[in-house]
Design a protein. Structure first.
Length: 216
């Protein structure tokens, strides 16, 4: 598996930071606000594609960042959600397999149906051989990830540390703060389903009417 290799980078609250980011995968970067996610994607990955400041290995020549608009252009006739969704569709149509696309909170402000559509769109591009990094807090995107990177544990000088890197399956077992938040409800549902499945009443050796030492 080919990876972008970041080795011993220091920028803002990232101190001697090292991580591997798989290419041609849906990689989701998670962590508290201020934990270093923006520094990693904006200051390290994106700017290195322009000036090669840190000599990052296997970094695609073209790195693009797509951020959500929080204010509509004055001449727009669309809603904010429609505008951002349309912008994402256009960007996904234009990127090449040799590019790296970073999407910043692509599901922010969308309803569940729209989030599922966005997740499906990203998955289709990755399955076709594209490399996408999503900086996201949304559970739908995280659960769809091929690879998860978590920064933390806190914000500012309390952040900037690599709390986890690995596959979604490994992330689910990691019990980091974010993993617990994302998969807690799923585990509760599984436990309840198992409880209901195994729940039974045993009646043993009944003798009444036509029943003689009947058990079930």
């Amino acid at each position: 598996m080919k990876c972008i290799v970041i080795n011993q980078v220091t920028k803002n609250n990232l101190k001697n930071f090292s991580v591997k980011i798989p290419l041609q995968k849906l990689v989701v970067i998670v962590g508290p606000s201020g934990s270093g996610k923006s520094t990693l994607v904006d200051e390290v990955l994106y700017k290195s594609s322009l000036n090669n400041e840190w000599n990052i290995k296997n970094l695609p020549a073209k790195v693009e960042i797509l951020e959500q608009k929080v204010v509509l252009p004055k001449d727009s006739k669309q809603s904010l959600g429609e505008f951002n969704l349309d912008k994402l569709k256009k960007k996904l149509a234009l990127i090449k397999t040799s590019d790296l696309l970073i999407v910043d909170e692509p599901c922010a402000g969308f309803c569940k149906k729209e989030r599922e559509l966005i997740t499906k769109m990203l998955r289709q591009k990755v399955n076709a051989g594209y490399s996408i990094i999503a900086v996201e807090h949304n559970k739908e995107i995280i659960k769809e990830a091929d690879y998860v990177i978590e920064l933390g544990p806190g914000a500012g000088r309390y952040g900037g540390k690599l709390m986890f890197e690995g596959t979604k399956t490994q992330f689910k077992k990691s019990k980091t703060i974010t993993a617990q938040h994302v998969f807690a409800l799923e585990e509760k549902k599984t436990a309840l389903r198992d409880f209901r499945k195994n729940k039974s009443i045993t009646i043993s050796k009944i003798s009444a009417g036509c029943f003689k030492n009947y058990s079930f």
